[in-house]
Design a protein around this ligand. Structure first.
Ligand code: OAD
Length: 236
């Protein structure tokens, strides 16, 4: 903790990669682990374009469940600590795999949502997208003005990340003096590749997680525990 505090003091450029663990203390379920969503549901039935065409009702119900869980959630101390940190560091980029908007609600500004946004819906035909803030989408399946089916504006398995957002995430990882990896299992690519990219470019890498992950042996420091407790302590 003391060493990381020192690195943080000296850093001019900080990049952060967050994952579902950051929103866990807000009541949003993670994907992996004992109570992870992918224990009960199969991503291939829900989070890919074929699933939408095969069973639009199932996909809609699943995203409505996630929308309502996220609608009820509020930012936790980790979200607020990250927003606070952004104010103190000259160059600060928050790269999030989360599709909720809890970082923004906490006041973070420079957020790159590499896996999209659950509140966005996008037409599968014309590509137009808009924010739909309803916790439950009623139509079955929801249609665009052009007649195409609307889908969630999130990245599904096998799909490319939004290129402009991803390029900015790469730049931030390469420019960082300090790279924080918080609440992610770091098994989903290309998001997880940012850790090695930052390290190779010379950043110190610090991980915060309740459990060790596949990257723990490669990084400079591991701070074990719930990030809603650790990060506020680190920046206090
Ligand atoms: P995972 O569910 O894979 O991992 C969550 C991580 O958070 C685990 O390593 C937990 O140990 C850790 N964790 C849980 N509670 C925590 C807490 N209070 N404090 C700190 N750490 C905690 O979630 P992600 O790594 O985000 O993809 O998953 C990556 C991607 O896989 C997601 O973005 C999603 C999913 O399929 C898409 O939606 C494209």
């Amino acid at each position: 903790m003391e060493q990381t505090r020192e690195w943080l003091k000296q850093a001019r450029s900080v990049a952060v990669l967050t994952g579902a663990g950051v929103s866990a203390e807000s009541g949003v379920p993670t994907f992996r682990g004992k109570q992870g969503l992918w224990r009960t549901y199969r991503p291939e039935d829900l989070a890919n374009p074929q699933a939408l065409h095969r069973d639009p009702r199932l996909v809609r119900e699943w995203y409505n469940c996630r929308r309502s869980a996220i609608a009820k959630a509020h930012p936790n101390p980790c979200h607020y600590a990250l927003a606070d940190l952004e104010q103190r560091i000259p160059e600060f980029t928050l790269v999030s795999q989360n599709v909720d908007d809890l970082h923004e609600q906490a006041g973070s500004r420079n957020v790159l949502k590499i896996h999209g946004d659950i509140w966005l819906v996008r037409c599968t035909e014309c590509g137009r997208q808009h924010i739909d803030p309803r916790p439950c989408l009623p139509e079955l399946p929801p249609y665009c003005h052009c007649g195409g089916i609307l889908r969630p504006g999130v990245v599904w398995f096998g799909e490319d990340l939004p290129q402009n957002v991803w390029c900015r995430a790469l730049e931030a990882a390469r420019a960082a003096d300090l790279f924080l990896v918080i609440g992610t299992s770091a098994v989903v690519y290309p998001a997880a590749s940012l850790v090695r990219i930052a390290k190779r470019a010379g950043a110190r890498v610090v991980e915060m997680n309740i459990a060790e992950t596949v990257i723990t042996s490669e990084i400079d420091a591991f701070l074990p525990g719930p990030c809603g407790e650790i990060l506020p302590k680190l920046i206090s």
